[in-house]
Structure formats: C-alpha cells, structure tokens
Design a protein around this ligand. Sequence first.
Ligand code: AMP
Length: 400
Amino acid sequence: MKVLVINAGSSSLKYQLLNMENEAVMASGIVERIGDKLGVLTHKKMNGTGEEKTVIEQAIPDHKVGMHLVIDLITHKEKGVISDKSEINAIGHRVVQGGESFNTSILIDASVKKAIKDNNPLAPLHNPANLMGIDVAEELFPGTPNVAVFDTEFHQTMPAKAFLYALPYEYYTDLRIRRYGFHGTSHKYVAKRAANLLGKNPEDVNIITVHLGNGCSMAAVKKGKCVDTSMGMTPLAGVMMGTRSGDFDPAIISYLVEHKGVKVEDLDDVFNKKSGLKGICGMNDMRDIHSKAEQGDEMAKLAVDMFVYRVKKYIGSYAAVLGTLDMVVFTAGIGENDDIVRKGVCEDMTSLGIDIDTEKNKGRFSKPQPIHKEGSKVQVWIVPTNEELQIAQDTVNTLK
Ligand code: AMP
C-alpha cells in the first residue's frame, strides 16, 4: 500500500510518499512560497543508497498548482517513483486542531470537513490551510481515500483535571477554552517506539516524552495514554521554545498593555515570535546559542539555563503525575542532537531515579539510543521522531 502524507501550511505544502509494505520513504519534499512571485519546490527521490534532489523555481500561485508539480515529479520517468498517481492508495493529512470532535484519525467526508472547519477559530493559522490541502487532494486524486490525522488526538485521553483551566467554567462550555496539546503524532510515535525498545507493550510502561525542536512540548504518557501535556489551548504554552514564551504569569498581559503601551493585537506576535530563546539572547537556533555561549556570551548561557530548567521542572511534575516513571524519551531537533541540553535536564535527578551516563549521552543520534547508566531506575532514551510515518500508519489503520 502506498500512502501520500500531506502537511499543508498557508504558503507551503510538505509531502512524503511511503511504501507501507516496508514503511520506506519513496520520495519527499516541500513546496514553499506558494502565492509569492517565485515559489520553490524541493523534491527528494530516495534511491536505496541516498537521495536525488530536484529543485524547481517558478511562480506557484496556489496549492493546486503546487500539488500538480508534485504529481508531475513523483510520476516523472527519471525523477519519479511511481508511473501513475492512481498507484497511491491513500492520502493522510496532518490536521493541527481536532478540538474535542476527534479523538482518533478519521476517513474524510463532508461532515468531517465541516467539523474541521468548526475548529478553525481554535487554530486560525493552521486548520484553514490543512483544509485547503484536503480540497486539493480530493480534486486531484478523485476516488482515493483521504484520512485526517490530528495533532491533538493523542492528547484527548487527558482527564478533565488536566485539560481544564481554572477559569470560569463557562469559558470551557461556551468558548471551548481548554488544554488541547499539540505534537500528538510525535508523542504517540516515540512513546510507542520507546515501549517496543524495552520489549514491552505501551500499556505496561509510564513515559515522559520530551519533544524539543523549534516548538517544544512534553507529555506524561501513562500505560500508553496521554494524561497531561505541556502545550495548551494553543502551541504557545508549556516549556520555553525557540521564539515562543511557554508558560508565564497571565497578569503580565494587562501590565504590558497598561505600562508599555503594547497593543492587544501585537501581543500574539510578542509571545509567539519575539520571546523564548530569542527573547532572552536574540537567537533561536540552539546551535548558534551554544557557540555564542562557548565564546562567553552571558545572555546565551542564561537562555540555555532557562530552557533546561523549564524542561527539568516539567519532568519533576510529570513524574509526580505518573506515580511511577519507567522512561524519559528525548526527541526532535534539540532532543536528538543536543547533548548539552539533555545533560543539563537530566543531571541531579537521581532522587527521581534518573541517572544518565554522560559518555553515552555525547553526540547526535539518528537512531534510538539509551543514554542512562546501568542500574538507573528510569531509562533515558533518545528516540528520533517520525511524524510522517505515524500519520501514514494511522491512515492505514483508519482504512482497515
Ligand atoms: P525541529 O523543529 O525538530 O526540526 O528542530 C529544529 C531545531 O533543532 C533547530 O532550531 C535547532 O535549535 C535544533 N537543532 C538541530 N540540530 C541541532 C544540534 N546539532 N544541536 C543543537 N540543536 C540542534
């Protein structure tokens, strides 16, 4: 079975074609700057030993034109991997916000599209773009089933005490204000994979999953089910991120409006794009920050310390939530590659049973790797995430 995974943004469209017989990626790529004067499509064909890259630069006025270009490439005589688009058996769509309407992936029909649209106010930048991707796929692949896989679905198992905010209850009932959580396909993928690596079923282990990339989030996964997660109604909450603040005192908002004259409509921008690591040291890529810190830049050092401290605090609180903790799993760009952050997060945690081996921890990992000391009560692993594969697996399972 061949599954095309689509992740449509407002001006971009990421795709990956997978052969689900062996879960191998056949081709992948991204269409960027859709709607700009000059768009760009970067396509990669996998060929056993490596990848062959093709870059096309031309005006790409909309997602439909972008998808047409993708189809041309994946079916191209030399650059392609299939001879006709009808060889694609199903399409899996990443949809960011499923709200409370979806606790599992679902075959898309008109009522599903309506329910996704109803959730647009909760994710105004993402859901409309995701819907656009669905419309284009329906038009260009008539008869091929489309499945929606939601970023939020894995977190729908959270109990009310974890997902409710201590705000007037009618904000929840009338406005749907609650914690939803994001990065769900990543947390689901690494939690399941981590349990398998221990030779156990997900139902037999308690895991804290730590997704540290451009966006950062954590989840407490009890016996295979998410019981709490750090992102909230939007992906702004939780730990500190590249440019996002994470948690802070909400009273700061009115204070800023009153005392600094910040306009309410500009606040989103401040908290999402000018905060986090960037807000503290002016940079948001952890590699740049480490190299500045090595040169003695105090603000870069402070940014790393703050980042590490916040992840550590969440580990402590999720260990308390889970009762017993079997594993801590690091994933995504920083989680997989940054030994300084992992060491900082895990040091002095033996009281929680977490004891990492600083030698094993050294380096970057593209394959699962344990980094705890022998005898550590809690196992600490790096498990590279694979959201596209999770979406493809969920697509296949939904169609079963
Ligand atoms: P992601 O969103 O998972 O692609 O992660 C992207 C982020 O990972 C980048 O912004 C970097 O901050 C971080 N990153 C990637 N490679 C490294 C590395 N070798 N060391 C530290 N951080 C890294």
